[in-house]
Design a protein around this ligand. Structure first.
Ligand SMILES: [Zn+2]
Length: 66
């Protein structure tokens, strides 16, 4: 006999860190990418990385009717 499952680790669900401007993790049903309203998609604000979108210029927002 052998314990093949010994030491098997369960990873957390995939998904990177969210930016403050994100409504939900990327790939969430009912959400989509939108241009960051804080930096208009430039990813920069006042010469620094936009804190709202994390410098991506894109935020994830709900697109479902509401
Ligand atoms: Zn931004």
């Amino acid at each position: 006999m052998s314990d093949a499952n010994a030491g098997k680790a369960q990873g957390a669900p995939s998904g990177g860190p969210l930016n403050p401007g994100d409504d939900a993790p990327p790939g969430t049903p009912g959400t989509g990418e939108n241009v960051c309203p804080a930096c208009q998609g430039s990813g920069k604000r006042a010469g620094a990385e936009c804190p709202t979108c994390g410098g991506t210029g894109i935020v994830i927002e709900g697109i479902a009717g509401g």
